[in-house]
Design a protein around this ligand. Structure first.
Ligand code: ADP
Ligand code: ADP
Length: 225
């Protein structure tokens, strides 16, 4: 069965408010890339908030491994997912501390592999203290910051990786790194991306088109054109 499933999920941000998503049915397979597309305000980010239990539904239910979210607890759910926001701030400290924040036990070899995954080896090599350089002292571009956030998320070894418009307005190197990562990761696990336009997710296995809190269409890129 699916790793995560939303069944008839309706949620609003405050009592009496217009729901941000309504009657949402969505099953995330254990492998593959699901892209959520739609205009601003469609409810895409709200789906991520529900998946991460930042927001609780008023109707319907979410399941992890076929078991209702409530029975896993917040930490139990979050341990299985990793989230890369659109604009992730760096944490104070060194690059190493930034990467190992959620998994201090990660080994040197795994850190190297993840850095290569997000194409940051060149950056690390150029830093005077390598991984132990204070990020406040190192000039870090927006794209590099995004790749650091992605590397940190990968080090969590999530079953489900959530990327919020991670390739929006990024430099070409970062965009290519993110695309490659998504492609590779989706062979072993689940990747869910949020994108503004269909044209940026041509290689997704399933595209879910949202509008006004509902799913309007779903299918492969070719089916939706
Ligand atoms: P998208 O990610 O597709 O742009 P969102 O999920 O952010 O859409 O928003 C869906 C709806 O929920 C919008 O009407 C938006 O104004 C509202 N909304 C989103 N986040 C919040 C919030 N933190 N508090 C109140 N309303 C919100
Ligand atoms: P806590 O959230 O209580 O600090 P965690 O070990 O769950 O403890 O997380 C450590 C840090 O990892 C958090 O402070 C947060 O920045 C980040 N984090 C937690 N959950 C997620 C997640 N699902 N995706 C990405 N980062 C996360």
């Amino acid at each position: 069965g699916p790793v995560v499933e939303l069944r008839g999920v309706t949620a609003s941000y405050a009592p009496g408010r217009e729901p941000a998503v309504r009657g949402l049915d969505l099953a995330l397979p254990r492998r593959g890339h699901v892209a959520i597309v739609g205009p601003s305000g469609a409810g895409k980010t709200t789906v991520f908030s529900l998946l991460l239990r930042f927001l609780e539904p008023q109707g319907g239910e979410l399941l992890l491994d076929g078991v209702p979210y409530e029975r896993h607890g917040h930490a139990g759910v979050r341990a299985r997912l990793a989230y890369v926001e659109q604009d992730t701030p760096l944490l104070p400290g060194t690059l190493r501390e930034n990467l190992l924040h959620s998994r201090p036990d990660a080994g040197e070899e795994e850190v190297r592999r993840v850095l290569a995954d997000v194409r940051l080896e060149g950056k690390v090599a150029a830093l005077p203290g390598g991984l132990d350089t204070e990020l406040s002292a190192a000039a870090v571009s927006g794209g590099e910051r995004q790749r650091i956030a992605l590397a940190r998320a990968l080090l969590r070894r999530p079953d489900v990786l959530l990327l919020d418009e991670a390739t929006a307005q990024l430099d070409a190197l970062t965009e290519a790194a993110v695309h490659d990562c998504v492609r590779r990761r989706s062979r072993e696990g689940t990747v869910v991306t949020i994108a503004h336009r269909l044209s940026t997710v041509t290689d997704a296995d399933e595209i879910v088109v949202m509008e006004a809190g509902r799913i309007r269409a779903r299918g492969a890129h070719g089916d939706l054109l």
